[in-house]
Write a protein that binds this ligand. Structure first.
Ligand code: BTN
Length: 327
């Protein structure tokens, strides 16, 4: 921890009490002016710190920004977020995480987080609008599984995001297989967030997985996605704490990952089925090399979508659902 973070923690932990600049200067072996400069730096970062003459400093407000010190404070995870790379703005957390996982061998659980992406990427190479106010992050996993099983990671992350949003805000959140986190209301399915899973693998062996999560939280939505996407702010009519949401989601993903490693996929699968917005519906799917239309009837034990077409039952392991219709 650097001096800045130590001073922040000291002021934070003394709650309503003032912390004297002189005492801090003595403790840290620096001058009162140096303390004052650090306090000003914290202020520029968005922390409200009141200074009372001869009494000291007191923390009166914390910004809703995703600084490592905020993310890691009381973070209830085993591996996720033990390393946090924070960027006020970046092209894409996904690109950065991939770059660093290849060149710097980032440890499992490393998190790359930003306030704003200038070149966010969605599935299938699409652009992902990521203005300030949303949650945009990527993290690294190194699961001991076969490449074809990695869909389980996408599904468990989608489930974690859905669960936490529902629990925190009382909104019913569903999953549109395999990676869309959606709400169903006002006659349409609208996307709150999406998961992008990429991996570095060899035949039969996964080296790394980078999972990117994008959630529309307090951000405004660009006009071109207003019909198909929605933000939490729009649904609730107010802003919510992104840092709290991020920490809740990290905790849930971490626990889901532990469960997957310990007990396998079956427990997660049951809830995925309950939260699926496609099971029982007629779907149109763009699979890698064909279009498939039929009734989505089940998720198999590995998370593949089972679709009954007019001629046979198909197992879909990758694809994009273009339409979901009631039967
Ligand atoms: C989708 O197409 O539904 C997946 C969207 C994933 C977006 C997230 S935002 C954080 C991370 N960085 C990116 O550039 N993309 C992912």
């Amino acid at each position: 921890m650097g001096k800045k973070d130590e001073i922040l923690e000291l002021i934070r932990n003394s709650h309503d009490q003032h912390v004297s600049g002189e005492d801090m200067a003595k403790n840290f072996g620096i001058t009162r002016t140096a303390i004052w400069k650090i306090v000003n730096k914290l202020r520029r970062m968005g922390y409200n710190i009141r200074a009372e003459k001869r009494i000291g400093y007191r923390l009166t407000g914390v910004p809703d920004l995703l600084y490592p010190a905020e993310v890691q404070k009381n973070l209830e995870t085993k591996i996720l977020g033990r390393t946090v790379l924070y960027y006020p703005e970046i092209n894409s957390t996904q690109m950065e995480a991939k770059k660093q996982v290849c060149h710097k061998n980032l440890p499992e659980g490393s998190l790359v987080v930003t306030e704003k992406q200038t070149d966010g990427v969605g599935r299938l190479g699409r652009r992902w609008e990521s203005p300030r106010g949303g949650l945009w992050f990527s993290f690294v996993l190194r699961p001991k599984m076969m490449p074809e099983e990695v869909i389980k990671i996408t599904l468990l992350v989608a489930l974690a995001v859905a669960r936490v949003i529902q629990k925190s805000f009382g909104i019913e959140v569903m999953i549109k297989w395999p990676n869309d986190v959606v709400v169903n209301g006002s006659g349409s399915i609208r996307k709150i967030g999406g998961i992008l899973t990429e991996m570095g693998a060899e035949l039969g062996f996964v080296n790394w997985v980078v999972v990117g999560v994008g959630i529309n939280v307090n951000n405004n939505l660009p006009a071109q996605v207003k019909k198909t996407a929605v933000s939490i702010k729009k649904l609730l009519g107010k802003n919510v704490s992104r840092i709290k949401l991020l920490k809740g989601i990290l905790k849930e993903i971490d626990a889901g990952y532990e469960l997957l490693k310990r007990d396998g996929f079956q427990e997660l699968l049951q809830e995925l089925k309950r939260r699926s917005i496609v099971l029982g519906k007629r779907v149109e799917i763009r699979a890698p090399d064909e279009m498939i239309t039929g009734q989505a009837i089940d998720l198999d034990r590995d998370g593949a979508l089972i679709v009954r077409t007019d001629s046979k039952t198909r197992k879909i392991i990758a694809g994009e659902i273009l339409k979901v219709n009631q039967l």
